[in-house]
Design a protein around this ligand. Sequence first.
Ligand code: PAF
Length: 280
Amino acid sequence: MEILTTIKETRDKVKEWKAQGLKVALVPTMGYLHEGHRSLIDRAHKENDKVVVSIFVNPMQFGPNEDLDAYPRDLDRDAAICEAGGVDIIFHPSVEEMYGPDFQSYADMHVLPEKLCGASRPVHFRGVQTVVSKLFHIIPAQRAYFGQKDAQQLAIIRRMVIDMDFDIEIIGCPIIREDDGLAKSSRNTYLSEEERKQAVILNQSLNKGMEAIEAGEKDAAKIKQIITDNLNTCPLAKIDYVEVVSFDTIQPIEKVEGAVLIAIAVYIGTTRLIDNRIIL
Ligand code: PAF
């Protein structure tokens, strides 16, 4: 496995593989890899000849009061995880390599980024779209793998690929959870012992919502209320949002029918965690 830091050497290597007829996969990450990332790497490895993992904490997707500086980083540990997963290249550029001094272009979108995380993190998805577009140009892979935990991000990237004619297949992979149901996330490391215990409320509350749906409830407002009431039983939980939206448009719906995303964002102490259920 090689760790490459420049756009040119990474692009040249991927082009060389493609000229040899090899299938190349990209797994975009911000590092501090966990089993969720490992599941993306394993799937990419199974389905392709070569795997590139990008590790770049993208400043453009963090708002002014967000946790850019505190975001956990450990390249040695990440490299060991990638090596064990059969990764061929880690692309690990500096901020200067990705955003030169005169940088002034953005990739953006209407509608899909407006609700859910986009409502509470106004610049976030513009930053995600910009960096992911750049990664797709730098690493012209045939497939890219993203986790469904960031369901809105996945919907936005799928839309961007269609709208902008990127020649890449987007593969969404299931959420990986801890034994008690908490969705794996690099941000879980911010939680104190007590916060970590209480963080299971996200998954438990979504389960309550799903139980109601399985029992025949279709009214989105009632499902939101069941999830909200359950979250409110947790002393450390402060709700950012609980939403029932169409998975295609990320707009609120009244009835649970078609492709539906139930998405929540909740502060446990000062750590903002997200989780969801997708009903297809
Ligand atoms: O999901 C992430 O880790 C990031 O948003 C991504 C897609 C790597 C872009 O920085």
